[in-house]
Design a protein around this ligand. Structure first.
Ligand SMILES: [Zn+2]
Length: 171
């Protein structure tokens, strides 16, 4: 896949939710933590602005429709990532990992995250245990997801940082 501008690539870290089980194909099994939309496993995922995110509860309503270009400045849409690896352990079906992002990137440095237009998962931290109803199935699914993406699976957040920065330097 093509990343247009090497200098515009931003490394980020985030949490996903893996949908376990055979009834959901791997290609639709990597979700945001709080959203039903699945991430692409064949290339970068592109941000979009769902109508329900058009209202920021802390601000007056500024728009009557979804953003023309996501992520929008006065909106909460976009692909979220943090600047630093997430150190808190997460139990399956949640999984911590890293992304390369590019395109429109809106920084919220004071809250230590940003919102990007395009994001490609680079690596995941091997889960240290399972919560949820189907931890084994979720772990199996994570490995299939990583394989399809060509993403790495590493042991801990520090390995994730090293692996991701090395990958980022190749773009
Ligand atoms: Zn928006």
């Amino acid at each position: 896949m093509r990343i247009p501008d090497r200098t515009g690539v931003v490394v980020g870290y985030r949490v996903w939710r893996v949908i376990p089980g055979k009834w959901q194909s791997p290609s639709e099994s990597l979700h945001a933590q709080t959203c039903q939309r699945s991430w692409s496993l064949t290339g970068p995922t592109t941000a979009y602005c769902p109508p329900r995110f058009q209202v920021n509860p802390n601000k007056p309503l500024l728009k009557s429709g979804p953003c023309e270009d996501s992520p929008g400045f006065d909106c909460a849409c976009g692909l979220y990532a943090r600047y630093e690896p997430i150190k808190e352990a997460h139990l399956l079906p949640y999984v911590v990992g890293s992304v390369l992002t590019w395109g429109r990137v809106i920084h919220h440095a004071e809250r230590s995250f940003f919102r990007a237009e395009k994001a490609l998962p680079i690596a995941f931290v091997r889960p240290c245990g399972g919560g949820g109803a189907f931890p084994r199935e979720a772990e199996d699914k994570l490995f299939r997801i990583a394989e399809q993406l060509g993403a790495g699976v590493v042991g801990n957040p520090e390995e994730l940082r090293v692996y991701t920065e090395k990958e980022a330097s190749r773009w």
